[in-house]
Design a protein around this ligand. Structure first.
Ligand code: SF4
Ligand code: SF4
Length: 294
């Protein structure tokens, strides 16, 4: 019948209007009491009526899967053996998958050997560019980057304040557990324990398995696999050490590859560089001609 939908809609509006006052009566002045925290209840599924959230004094509780800019997980600052240790291994996967490319990572190096160390020396995220897609957290193989719930990031300076560095991004594991308890437990079960994967491996090698759930206890196969991987790594290290110890006639090999001139590209004279450039262009033209004939 004409107009019935309109009347039904008006009744819904009227019901919300009345329920707002019923809700107020139900809670009375308790909502103004600093001793009583019934805000979550009022924001929950039990609440009825229309109400205004008095932001920023009140905030709507966000669901567990809510995601804002990412943060880096580190060990708790009171961790027994490695307080505050980064979970990130600076593998760079997050930076690679980030659609707007707003992650920069600098990998650490051993100061004596110069070899890469699986830890980030620096880690930056430009939060103005980040679009909160969560890809970095999805792809991280070490559960080291997670999406935060803190959305109050406005500031008066958008030049430096919004490029978050490692100290600003790093948050304890217990923070992740507090904002996403269900996901933290799910991830722990997949990972096999509360500790970082590498820490677990190290402990398995040492015999004890700290923080590992009992259901995952039969780890003999994993231990054997780790041992075999470690043996392979040891063999590779030994081969590298042998290769480094052997005298390498690098200086003699280079001139032959350089047309006998002996000059490296960055030390050759201008004329030599021009000759090399002309030869390279000729080779390129020959290849192009050949492709054209083909
Ligand atoms: S946060 Fe994860 S994916 Fe990104 S570099 Fe660190 S370990 Fe790799
Ligand atoms: S949430 Fe998305 S846009 Fe933001 S840093 Fe991660 S991958 Fe990049």
């Amino acid at each position: 019948m004409n107009g019935s939908g309109f009347i039904k809609g008006m009744f819904v509006t009227l019901r919300h209007f009345v329920n707002s006052y019923v809700d107020d009566v139900r809670y009375g002045f308790r909502k103004f009491s600093p001793q009583v925290d019934n805000f979550e209840l009022r924001q929950g599924t039990q609440a009825e009526g229309v109400f205004t959230v008095q932001y920023p004094d009140e905030k709507v509780a966000v669901p567990e899967r809510f995601r804002f800019v990412p943060f880096l997980v580190v060990n708790n600052f009171d961790h027994a053996s490695d307080p505050g240790k980064d979970w990130c291994t600076s593998c760079g996967i997050c930076a690679k998958v980030c659609p707007p490319q707003c992650i920069w990572i600098v990998r650490s190096e051993d100061p004596t050997t110069g070899r890469p160390v699986p830890e980030p020396e620096a880690f930056f995220i430009d939060i103005d560019i980040c679009m909160n897609c969560g890809f970095c957290a999805e792809f991280c193989p070490f559960d080291a980057i997670k999406m935060d719930h803190d959305y109050e990031l406005a500031s008066f300076d958008r030049t430096n304040n919004h490029v978050f560095d490692k100290p600003k991004l790093s948050k304890e594991m217990r923070y992740w557990k507090s904002i996403a308890p269900t996901r933290a437990v799910e991830e722990m079960q997949v990972r096999g324990g509360w500790e970082h994967k590498d820490a677990q491996k190290a402990e398995r090698r040492g015999g004890a398995v700290r923080g590992k759930p009992e259901a995952a206890a039969p780890a003999t196969a994993a231990v054997a696999e780790d041992a075999s991987k470690e043996a392979k790594r040891e063999a590779v290290r030994a081969r590298k050490a042998e290769a480094e110890a052997a005298p390498a006639p690098v200086a003699e090999a280079t001139p032959a590859a350089d047309g006998g001139s002996g000059a490296k590209p960055w030390t050759a004279s201008h004329d030599e560089n021009e000759k090399r450039k002309a030869a390279a262009l000729a080779r390129k033209a020959a290849r192009a001609a050949k492709r054209g004939e083909g």
